[in-house]
Design a protein. Structure first.
Length: 136
């Protein structure tokens, strides 16, 4: 009877741990240890190796984002896209609706409110220039 009680206790404990682990799995994808999550508004600049331009990302849960790059109307959505974080690297593919897509990439560690990296014309992530945004 004591052995059955130990097995039952272990089974309940294991089930609880697995349930908690699977319920937190989504958070682990989007938040890498630290204070900042990737979701939310990020504002800053991007450049084309000649001049700096305003850019903002509204990063949404589920892997989508909106892009605002009109400095005169910072809330105007000018493109949409998708994003991922793989091995601590944030990467987007942005569709401006013109047939040309851009890809932005930067390290994300969750301890910094800054993303800073390179962008390019998809599939490249480097031939366009650099970018840097801060979490708002």
């Amino acid at each position: 009877m004591k052995n059955l009680k130990s097995i039952l206790t272990f089974t309940i404990l294991l089930a609880t741990v697995l349930a908690l682990q699977s319920s937190c799995k989504k958070d682990k994808i989007y938040t890498i240890e630290g204070k900042y999550t990737i979701e939310g508004k990020w504002e800053g600049i991007h450049n084309n190796k000649v001049a700096d331009y305003f850019v903002a990302f509204q990063v949404k849960s589920g892997g989508t984002l909106d892009v605002m790059d009109n400095a005169a109307n910072k809330s105007q959505i000018t493109a949409t896209g998708t994003w991922t974080i793989v091995n601590g690297v944030f990467t987007t593919i942005v569709d401006y609706g013109t047939g040309t897509n851009a890809s932005f990439t930067a390290p994300f560690n969750g301890k910094s409110a800054t993303l800073s990296g390179t962008w390019g014309f998809t599939p490249s992530t480097t031939d366009g220039g650099t970018w840097s945004v801060n979490k708002q």
